[in-house]
Design a protein around this ligand. Structure first.
Ligand SMILES: Cc1cc2nc3c(=O)[nH]c(=O)nc-3n(C[C@H](O)[C@H](O)[C@H](O)COP(=O)(O)OP(=O)(O)OC[C@H]3O[C@@H](n4cnc5c(N)ncnc54)[C@H](O)[C@@H]3O)c2cc1C
Length: 412
């Protein structure tokens, strides 16, 4: 298309958007942010699969999950101060559940996930992208039969996702690392996982090799000229473009305010610990349902992620969050007893009140686009989000299922 495009945001969505925009013939400046660790993907579980493509809590809205909120060690947390100052977000959230559960809501999520899975495999093949991707399926485990039966009945009714119900012996056969734990399970054969830290650095390599100018800095201000964007400012330099794409995760809210807009994203905090060079580990991702913890093997490492915690952006996660993860991991995997994680990190999932991403041309500025708001699915949606963003910026049409993602619904 041969336009000058500025993409802001160095997470997976910005990375793939930059790639596809360059591939279609544009000159791309990718402002990838000051630190690679600022992407929520740094802390993410890297799970990718149709069974996980539905947004926000499987905990079916906050309503069905009050039980989580009353547990002292609950991985689902709601900061009261945050909730009170964001009542409009929470009320919009509870009002718009039907949208995501509608036929086109479900289809759009599914299309983003399956499209991204294809793109990831192509990148592994084409660029030798080294991201520890495995297609082993995912094992969801349960201490009690009751919850498992409820979930398997819901899955059967829905009919979209493949699964197998396992009694404890079968569960152990599937995943011997569970050892003495007597857990029943649901096995999802179509799920995959990858190392999201490697994805972030591999995409920097691939984008550089594709001729994209990668700027590892933040933007601090923007300049408009009537209803179009003139430039963004990074480290004092004015960076001009014909079109601008904001794909900066939770940072998009700050950037929206530079344009005088209010993008309603709430930060869904999550935390992770990573054990490096572990001799033993599960060979597939395992979810411990009652604990709300995922354990994911990534090459020689083993990562654990948990928590869905609504707090302000300046929240500093207390040490007890990581202690909780450590405790669950060493309870479940005896071989981790006494081993310290090599790293701990936290990230903010960018969550819209209707659980659908924001993708498309701004309703306020002619040459401004948004690609953000993927909440807990930004890794598994990223490839397809990037492809769709590039089609839109190049002036093309995307399937009507994605009309639901229009930025005009938030007036941004
Ligand atoms: C614990 C946890 C587990 C998760 N597990 C999964 C999972 O299994 N599967 C899945 O698909 N998703 C998962 N997620 C969610 C996923 O990480 C996010 O949805 C995804 O990272 C969002 O991608 P993004 O590119 O939109 O934003 P981010 O990845 O958050 O990236 C935002 C980027 O914008 C940059 N930025 C911000 N402000 C500015 C600025 N002013 N100027 C320039 N750059 C800026 C940042 O530096 C960063 O590079 C998880 C998240 C967490 C926290």
């Amino acid at each position: 298309m041969n336009k000058n495009i500025v993409v802001v945001g160095g997470g997976p969505v910005g990375a793939f958007s930059s790639y596809f925009l360059r591939k279609s013939g544009n000159s791309v400046k990718w402002i990838a942010g000051k630190k690679i660790t600022n992407s929520a993907a740094w802390s993410s579980a890297g799970l990718v699969g149709p069974g996980l493509s539905f947004p926000l809590p499987d905990y079916e809205g906050l309503k069905g999950n009050m039980k989580w909120l009353f547990r002292r060690d609950s991985p689902v947390r709601l900061g009261m101060g945050f909730m009170l100052s964001n009542l409009s977000w929470f009320s919009a959230y509870s009002r718009s559940r039907h949208k995501i559960l509608s036929e086109s809501g479900k289809k759009s999520q599914y299309m983003l996930t399956t499209g991204t899975m294809k793109i990831l495999d192509e990148f592994v093949e084409k660029y030798g992208m080294d991201i520890d991707i495995v297609h082993t399926g995912l094992l969801q485990t349960f201490k009690t039969q009751e919850e498992m039966t409820k979930i398997s009945e819901e899955l059967r009714k829905d009919g979209t996702v493949k699964f197998e119900v396992l009694i404890p012996e079968q569960c152990l056969d599937r995943e011997p690392a569970l050892g003495a734990n007597k857990l029943s399970g649901i096995y999802y054969p179509e799920e995959s996982s990858l190392n999201p830290r490697k994805l972030l650095s591999e995409m920097r390599r691939i984008n550089r090799e594709s001729g994209i100018e990668v700027i590892e800095n933040d933007i601090e201000s923007v300049k408009m000229n009537g209803s179009s964007v003139k430039h963004v400012v990074s480290d004092g330099d004015a960076i001009k473009g014909d079109e601008f794409l904001i794909s900066s995760g939770m940072g998009s809210t700050v950037i929206a305010s530079m344009f005088g807009l209010k993008l309603p994203l709430a930060p869904g905090w999550g935390h992770s610990i990573t054990y490096d060079n572990v001799k033993e580990r599960p060979h597939m991702p395992v979810e411990f349902s009652e604990d709300g913890v995922y354990a994911i093997p990534m090459g020689n490492s083993l990562k654990a992620t948990s928590f869905f915690e609504f707090r302000g952006q300046s929240f500093k996660p207390p040490a007890e969050r990581f202690e909780y993860l450590k405790k669950v991991m060493s309870d479940k995997f005896k071989f981790l007893d006494g081993i310290e994680p090599a790293s701990k990190s936290s990230g903010m999932r960018p969550c819209t009140p209707d659980s659908l991403a924001t993708l498309g041309r701004s309703s306020k500025f002619a040459n401004l686009f948004w690609a953000t708001g993927n909440c807990r699915q930004g890794v598994m949606h990223s490839g397809e989000m990037g492809k769709l963003a590039s089609i839109l910026i190049d002036g093309g049409k995307i399937p009507e299922e994605f009309d639901l993602f229009s930025p005009s619904r938030f007036s941004v």
